[in-house]
Design a protein around this ligand. Sequence first.
Ligand code: GAL
Length: 394
Amino acid sequence: MDDIRNAVLGVFAVTVLAIVASPALAADPTPAATPPMGWNSWNHFAAKIDDATVRAQADAMVASGMRDAGYRYINIDDTWEGRRDAGGVIHPNAKFPDIKALADYVHSKGLKLGIYSSPGPKTCAGYEGSQGHEVQDAQTYAAWGIDYLKYDLCSLSGPMIAAGSLEAAQAIELAAYEKMGAALRATGRPMAYSLCQYGFYQVWRWGGSVGGNSWRTTGDIEDKYPRMVAIGFGQAGLSPYAKPGNWNDPDMLEVGNGGMSGAEYRTHMSLWALLAAPLLAGNDLGHMTPETLSILTNPGVIAIDQDPAGIQGDRVKAEGPLEVWAKPLAGGARAVGLFNLSDLTANMEVAFADLGVTGPVSARDVWAAKDLGRLSGYKTMVPAHGVVLLRLSN
Ligand code: GAL
């Protein structure tokens, strides 16, 4: 009984603290009704991330117009963690003097703050994980005003391997993710819960049941066209597992990090939108080319990702390196991507009847921002490694 009483009082105290302490931005009561949009420190900054850099990224998200385009989360990835005190409470390291103050700053910009931990004893970069401190850490995050947790398997894989069987390993993992999911809920502060375990054990089948709002379906993305293609086009078949509040996550965006061409980044962005994937920019928002900004903020592409129906798109057909993907949108509309994965310009053709659309319908070329008229199909040239993205509506 005492345990229950303490837990209830603890939740009450933390909730009151969170409400009193963060007046600038109320936590979203339904995190991830549409795929989360924001920025994460890892792809560009990795371990070179600190308080000042996070503030500068928040400033740039506002100044660049990305906030107004729909981006909300500023997510600190690995390497913020310091030591636990005698009572077991986690503290940030010297790079982050005061996370509560940082959260207040981010909230004052109309943005939300995310953080990172692991269900194992150590994070992937070797910092302090949450194992054995789940309830305590969730309460600390809530008291700081955190809005999003990325929970990365990392060192939990050790005990899982030692468990000896696939079933025993999976049970360890499920229990660990469920434990943090429950701890986050118990704080009373809505926090989006992002599972990062690289798609093991078909996480799309159970990620939602442990409280996950999104789950990584693959290993890490890299700023290289072949890796982006392998991850993105490897998502075929996963559409049945996404819905509002529960999203497949093919990892964060590399747009603007310099390793791909404009056509390749438009392929990356178009595919992620068709997949209803979280859109977490991974570049330096303070130093973006106009092309990078226009790719990240294209309103037609973002509307496809954020469509209120919350239906993930999927592959319709593939003929060698030429692939057609489609996503049902609210009100019977459709988004269609014609992808050319080959190294040469290609002619591509799609009959809208193949997408279940009885035509003719109004067609719009999203990247060209051009209405094409009422059509029953479309034939077009698609550049090497590029895409033509259409929106069809009645
Ligand atoms: C990886 C994870 C990356 C990043 C990194 C930090 O496991 O997939 O996205 O979070 O750990 O150490």
